[in-house]
Design a binder for this molecule. Structure first.
Ligand code: ATP
Length: 318
């Protein structure tokens, strides 16, 4: 992956009256990556996207997007970025073909290239057979694919996607996921993906940024964030159900074990250790206490673990 930066912000801030929607954001997005931008409702994701596209001006701080200052060169920048908003507005009275043709003209795609580009995108997004149908008769998934095609008409280097699979069924969701991955892996596009769907972020994103009340709580790969949140090793242990209480006793009296948690409805315990070298001691203690150990698995933190830990946690940056 090319590691040059397509977005760099320093202290980027936007206030609306008393509300600080984006608060001193320091963010770097690398060329070709899919960056997941995560945060609760109202945490400042959409405002950030609007600042980065020059639709809104910053109250303080600075941003460089594709080498341009969005506050000064917004129009030029928007010719090089594609934006899929959460509720894309397509013209429902027009056909898929007409919608794309109209927007290609608005985006300034050369007249001679428009028909070919539209046909190519309709093909890619599996809408070629519906090209001449009015959008009013399209399903939500088809509209979302058409909106994604529209965002790509002018071959943007950088793509902002706001909740691209919101409200889609699993099949359409998978299609959109495949398209996003292809855009990044094969097409060389950089994707800035705002999502509430942590599984989606885990599946698609190279790195994630977590926002809370406009502030950046964490930035890194899920593995980096997991390591910075939980130093040492987390392990999952499965024992014979009738020995659960004994196992719990063993772990709670093991001075190096922290955060010993019993899973609901299954004989599984999770705990944190200072490092992997402590795992054999756990096994020895279990054996000494005659606890049949069925399984011991080092536990990789999921994005969901990280997200929830961060929201009850101090700032983490890697
Ligand atoms: P969601 O996940 O619900 O889409 P978000 O993370 O995109 O939320 P924003 O839409 O950026 O959040 O909103 C951040 C904060 O800024 C909210 O408190 C919102 O009410 C406020 N805000 C956003 N735009 C405006 C505006 N034009 N005028 C006043 N307040 C605004």
């Amino acid at each position: 992956m090319n590691t040059s930066s397509v977005i760099v912000t320093h202290g980027l801030t936007r206030r609306f009256g008393d509300i600080t929607a984006v608060d001193g954001l320091d963010l770097t997005v690398r060329a070709g990556e899919v960056l997941g931008f995560l945060g609760h409702n109202g945490s400042g994701k959409t405002t950030t996207v609007r600042l980065l596209n020059g639709v809104l001006t910053a109250t303080a701080g600075s941003a460089r997007v594709l080498g341009l200052d969005p506050g000064v060169a917004g129009a030029e920048l928007r010719r090089r970025t594609g934006v899929l908003t959460e509720t894309p507005s397509l013209d429902e009275r027009l056909t898929a073909n007409e919608n794309l043709t109209l927007f290609a003209q608005l985006y300034g795609v050369p007249e001679a290239d428009i028909a070919g580009r539209v046909a190519e995108l309709l093909e890619t997004f599996q809408l070629a057979d519906r090209a001449a149908d009015r959008v009013s008769g399209f399903s939500k998934g088809m509209k979302q694919r058409l909106a994604l095609a529209r965002a790509l008409l002018h071959k943007p280097e950088l793509l902002f996607l706001d909740e691209p699979t919101s409200g889609l069924d699993p099949v359409s969701t998978r299609q959109v996921h495949t398209l996003i991955r292809e855009l990044s892996r094969n097409g060389g596009h950089t994707v800035f993906l705002c999502t509430h769907n942590l599984e989606e972020a885990q599946r698609l994103c190279d790195r994630v940024a977590v926002l809370e009340h406009g502030r950046l709580m964490a930035l890194g790969t899920p593995a980096e964030l997991g390591r910075s949140l939980w130093h040492g090793a987390r392990v999952e242990i499965e024992v014979a159900p009738q020995m659960m209480a004994t196992a719990l006793d063993v772990l709670q009296t093991f001075p190096d074990a922290r955060d010993v948690v019993l899973a609901e409805n299954q004989p599984v315990l999770t705990l944190a250790l200072p490092g992997r070298e402590h795992i054999p001691q756990v096994v020895e203690r279990m054996v000494a206490a005659n606890v049949p150990l069925y399984r011991l698995t080092p536990h990789e933190a999921t994005l969901e673990d990280i997200y929830f830990a961060l929201h009850g946690h101090e700032e983490v940056q890697s």
